[in-house]
Design a protein around this ligand. Sequence first.
Ligand SMILES: [Zn+2]
Length: 125
Amino acid sequence: MDLKIMCTKCLKTFKLGEKADNRTRLMEQTGEYFFRKCRNCGYERKYHVNDVKAHPNNAKMLVYTVIGIVFIVVVTLFFWGLGYITTFGFVIGGGFIAAGLGSQRTSSEKAFNSYKIQMTPKSSN
Ligand SMILES: [Zn+2]
């Protein structure tokens, strides 16, 4: 999953460099409050760790889907060439595609987003 934050100026989300499975882990890396520069407009401001949102990683799903489709085509054509019609390619290829789609719906993003750090009052610095 990708950790992203929404810029309050251009209202676009951009990726954080940090990798963390949950908010507590992220806070260990960034601190509760941290400065971050927007990758779209360059506006820098202080964010709270609760402002971060986890998004599913689309690249992973895409890779699985491509592997699945290639598998279906290659296996089906291979057996077609031998004079057989088989659903084997669809079963395995479909499994890959399902796994890719499933990775979109993993609960890790939901868990990350639903868990919030208890906010401490903003200090003067
Ligand atoms: Zn921005």
